[in-house]
Each structure stands twice: as C-alpha cells, then as structure tokens.
Design a protein around this ligand. Structure first.
Ligand SMILES: [Zn+2]
Length: 331
C-alpha cells in the first residue's frame, strides 16, 4: 500500500545489513575465512521453526562481537538507515545498548558518537528518511549487576539529547526480576528530563505494564500482555499509552500465540494506541512491509487501520510538534 512508513521499535544489533555484517565479521576475526556467507547468515537469523528464547538470544552474539569499534558501529548504522530508506521509510527510531559495545575499551559516549556518525552520514546521503537514536539500558535479571552502566546510559542520553539521540529505554531479558527494581534509572531520567520508553509486558505479565506506566512511561515496548488484566488494559486505553508492538518477534519468542490471536487485534479494536514494528529485521527475517502485510492478510486490519496506526506512531515519535506535522504530511 502507498503509505509513508514509520518504525518506532527497531534494534540496531538485530537489524544489521547482512553483507556489511559478514564483511566486518571476517575483518575482525569474529569468523575465520572458512565461513561461507550462507553459514554466517544462518547464525544471524532465528531458526524458522519454533525457536527457543535461547536460540533467539544467541543471534545477538555476532552483531555484538562485530560492533566493538567506532568504524563498525558507524558502518552498521549507516547501512541499516540506507536499507530503511530503500524500504520507503520516512522515519525510524533505532535503538541499541551502548554498554554492550564497550568490551574493547570504548566508553558509552564514544559508542554513541560512532552511531551518530553513521546516522549523520546516512541522512546526508538519503535525505528522504529521518531517524532518531534510542539508548537502551539492559536487564540481565538482577538490576544491581549493571546498575552503574545503566545509570551511565541515562546520563549519556542526556548529554546527546538533541544531537541525534531522542530517548532512553530498558531492554533485555524481561521477567527475571521485578521491573520496579529499575525505578532508580527512570527517577534519574525524569530528573534530567530524558524521555523514555520501557520494554514491558512482552514476556512479562500485565503488572509490568502497570509498573512501567507508574514509572512514567507513556510509550511501552510490546505491552501485549496488558490484555490479561482488564484494569491494566483500561488504563492503557484511557491514558492513550502507545504500545510498540512487534507481531512476528512476539510470536517467535512465544510471547503471543499466533498472528490470528495476537493481542494487538483486541487492543486496536478497543481503542488502544498500538503501532506495528519490526523489532529485529535480520534476526526475525522481517521488515516493515512484511509486518504490514501480515497485519492485513492474517490479522484482519484494513488499509485505514494501518493508516491510523501510522498516525499513532507519528504522534508518539520522540520529535517536536513541527517535525511530527511534517511527517503527517508525508503519509
Ligand atoms: Zn525490543
């Protein structure tokens, strides 16, 4: 369908350009010369039939190993934005966790600078697409393990706000510990006036969505499980909370049963502000077009519904009112 497309929820490390990743992996000895392109590709994508969460998480090993220096970070960001432009996107928020790219001595600031360098080069070469960077804090199941790195991510987000970075996030293995354990991060974000979204209610329960709202999030990554608690669902609807839903990724990770029974259908019909996103383009073998196609062929959404969701996405983008009005004109 002819519509300017928008992505609010896209992970850099799960969406790498395959040929760029293969080249960088060889150059950086992440793989040796015996690896063929097809072998490499297989390791970068989830097995198509019923993968376990472990298999899904394994797919991030190569991207993280590859992106430990400035050139790789910049190049991976550049080629992703180039690909998004080819897909006809007019706006994309790309997220990544600076702290996982510090294994070879880069500081979080240096990591962010390298990503912003790739973004700047891409936007110069491909002026039809606009992008914003979201810095993810990480959960590994115990908030204390990396609390200092996470607080540094919030502080770094503040330093780069208005320079290409638009917000912070909390990503990682949801549900291993209470999401409220991460409250200090969002208290700091509020104090510094750093906007944020939070992954909640993907693998975790409806109560996590409630907790994320209580911590001040008005945008939530996934959030599908909020339908399991009528009160939480009602609050999501009443407050106009924006849910960044990623249908295929949710199904692959066993967080939603199928396209036909995905919570996004009920959520949209009840008036919740849901948006459709790719999450991880390479890892999940999807892109913006294929997700919209699934939404229309398997989930019963009409072209008007997709347009409505695109409007929700633009209204919720981490952009100024003027910038949002510009995007509205393009859809
Ligand atoms: Zn995500």
């Amino acid at each position: 369908m002819n519509l300017g497309k928008v992505e609010l929820h896209l992970h850099l490390d799960g969406s790498l350009d395959m040929e760029t990743a293969y080249r960088l992996a060889k150059e950086r000895n992440v793989i040796d010369e015996t690896w063929t392109y097809d072998q490499f590709k297989t390791k970068m994508m989830v097995p198509s039939d019923n993968p376990s969460l472990e298999e899904c998480l394994k797919c991030f090993d190569f991207p993280i190993a590859i992106m430990q220096d400035k050139e790789a970070l910049s190049e991976c960001t550049y080629t992703l934005i180039r690909n998004l432009n080819e897909l006809g996107l007019i706006y994309a928020e790309i997220r990544f966790a600076p702290q996982v790219h510090c294994q070879k001595g880069l500081s979080q600031d240096e990591v962010i600078e390298a990503v912003l360098d790739g973004k700047k080069r891409a936007e110069k070469d491909f002026p039809n697409i606009k992008t914003g960077i979201i810095n993810c804090c990480m959960t590994y199941g115990n908030a204390k393990i990396n609390e200092e790195a996470n607080l540094e991510t919030i502080r770094a987000t503040k330093r780069f706000l208005g320079k290409g970075v638009v917000a912070a996030d909390l990503a990682g293995a949801e549900g291993l510990c209470p999401i409220l354990d991460f409250k200090p991060l969002f208290d700091l974000a509020k104090e510094l006036e750093v906007p944020y979204t939070i992954h909640a209610g993907e693998a975790g329960p409806a109560s996590f969505v409630k907790d994320a709202m209580d911590m001040g999030a008005w945008r939530i990554g996934h959030g599908g499980h909020c339908t399991e608690d009528p009160e939480v669902l009602q609050e999501v609807i009443d407050k106009g909370i924006v849910l960044e839903v990623c249908p295929t990724s949710n199904i692959q990770c066993h967080c939603q049963p199928s396209y036909e029974e995905h919570a996004i259908i009920e959520l949209f019909r009840k008036g919740a502000h849901v948006t459709i996103n790719s999450d991880n383009m390479t890892l999940s073998r999807v892109n913006t077009h294929s997700e919209i196609d699934k939404a229309m062929t398997l989930m019963g959404f009409s072209e008007a519904d997709i347009r409505k969701m695109t409007e929700y996405a633009i209204q919720a983008a981490f952009l100024s009112d003027e910038e949002k009005a510009e995007l509205m004109k393009k859809i």
